[in-house]
Design a protein around this ligand. Sequence first.
Ligand code: AMP
Length: 215
Amino acid sequence: MVVRLVLFGRQGAGKGTQSSLLAEHFDAPHISTGDMLREVAADGSEVGRRVKDYIDQGLLIPDDTMLDVIRERFAHADVVAHGFLLDGFPRTLVQAQALLDHTPVDVAINLDVPEDIVLERLSSRRVCADCGRIYSLAVPPSNRWVCDTCGGRVTQREDDTPKAIAKRLATYTRETEPAIDFFAKAGLLVTVDGLGSPDVVARRLITAIDGRLVR
Ligand code: AMP
């Protein structure tokens, strides 16, 4: 079964957490372009240093580079066999158009959380540097700042500083909202309320997606 899903949402809306849950539920590869780019940024190469600069400043990687990254990922056997759950892509109108030129999409979801709430969530967010598991000041790992899943170090993302957060949210409004509109006009968008516990939001998302999937 091939399922092709796109998850939109402001930074801090819970996209990462929900993408993992949904990818498991629908048995589709979770493709987080942010995670892929953070891996490149950590490899110490010249390209890695450039990518890290963009990320730390809260700037988008240029569209051409992103399209190469996603094309390469789409050629892998897991995507061909199972489809995808895209988390963090597309982020611009150009990326949205290129995606729909390349492949059909079953459903695009806008995980809706108001800006004042995401601001609060982002400043308290902490992430495992090794496996990416997400915690917060309110819900930390059980053993100090050691990840419950993999034992990695749990820290604050370098782009979760107030300055980078403000820039990323402004970029979301300017660059990503036109991409969301594009999916709405294509009749593929469902907006889902992202407020509530992860389980409650996951159930809402699954119901919304099931309502749209033609099985
Ligand atoms: P995320 O973890 O999704 O918030 O992504 C972290 C950072 O990676 C973003 O702030 C951008 O710098 C970069 N990034 C991730 N996905 C994209 C994309 N589709 N287009 C451009 N830049 C991206």
